[in-house]
Write a protein that binds this ligand. Sequence first.
Ligand SMILES: NC(=O)c1ccc[n+]([C@@H]2O[C@H](COP(=O)([O-])OP(=O)(O)OC[C@H]3O[C@@H](n4cnc5c(N)ncnc54)[C@H](O)[C@@H]3O)[C@@H](O)[C@H]2O)c1
Length: 367
Amino acid sequence: MRRQFTIAVFEGDGIGPEIMAPTVALLRDLARDAGSFALDFRSVPAGAGHYRDTGESLPAASMEAARAADAILLSAMGLPAVRYPDGTEISPQIELRMQLGLFAGVRPVFVQPGQDVPLKSPRVTDIDFVIVRESTEGLFASHGKGVVEGDREARETLVITRAVSEKLFDFAFRLARRRKAAGRGKGLVHCVDKANVFQAFAFFRRIFRERAAAFPDIRADAAYVDATALAMVRNPWDLDVLVTENMFGDILSDLGAGLMGSLGLAPSADIGEHHAVFQPCHGSAPDIAGRGVANPMAMILSAAMMLDWLGDRHGNAEMVRLGEALHRAVADVLADGRVLTADLGGSAGTEAVAAAVATAVRIPAAA
Ligand SMILES: NC(=O)c1ccc[n+]([C@@H]2O[C@H](COP(=O)([O-])OP(=O)(O)OC[C@H]3O[C@@H](n4cnc5c(N)ncnc54)[C@H](O)[C@@H]3O)[C@@H](O)[C@H]2O)c1
């Protein structure tokens, strides 16, 4: 009996639809040949283009479709020229994060052979770690609530709650456990904070230590955010899972994407207790939109993370295997080096790269 999973698809703006179409086609092919599951894709409107055309950025029906789906696949959203009357940009992905309680922002950082990266070290291909960024509170809890008193002073307030921190740390420890079992991780979680200066971070670290006791098979350590930024450049191959507050995670994630050499390779997931959104780290790249030259790899790697998450959540080993196969196929195309987009030094188009990934998928037999 094949279990059917509904996937809400936000095609997004700019290069969004260009990288989403071949990714959905790849997933359709994998699902068609799968024995244990089927995928039902539902395209849902939202984004800057939709706001420009209709006055709505995230229609209630789209929000409902996202809530009802088993997983959400989202391409980049936003266009610099399309803004709300207050001057801010259209970012439905932030509303989804808040409304669906997606507290764990997962940002993998890895380097495959063939990747042109800024660090020059023979150990560079040993880089394989994950940043887990708390995504619903921290300094971002102050979004829209900041106070500017006259022209003299401004204030924003950081919020750390026990309820969200416990869920966040448990998520990070379980992730480290899965990575270790898969032979990818060291079984190590670092709490990244500024506990030497701020009470809120001492509280954050205390909860981390409490939750660590429930995962005796995983090493737990703590590090200050400034030292972590240095470690990410000096010895990133020693890292495994970094769990941190929202603002720190925001900054370290971009440093992580920088280590990977191209935004076009950096996937991400925003995960909550009941819902999850999978999307590339990059934006809608209006400078190259409409030309068919965008790199689809980050989108495809995000889709691989979605298969892994669905498989883990629903005890479906075939989905986990296919997620891993898709991830490896991207690595093989990169290592081969013949079919790459311009951001990686090649001259191939989006469709050609996606086709090369599809050809490279090798589905391992069940264990
Ligand atoms: N999560 C999201 O949906 C998200 C994230 C960041 C920015 N945005 C939005 O995207 C729009 C553009 O933002 P930006 O220009 O600052 O960032 P961007 O990530 O869209 O582009 C930065 C640079 O990277 C290149 N690039 C990005 N993705 C690429 C890909 N897949 N292949 C090849 N090159 C790629 C672009 O061509 C550009 O030169 C803005 O409206 C912004 O708000 C959305």
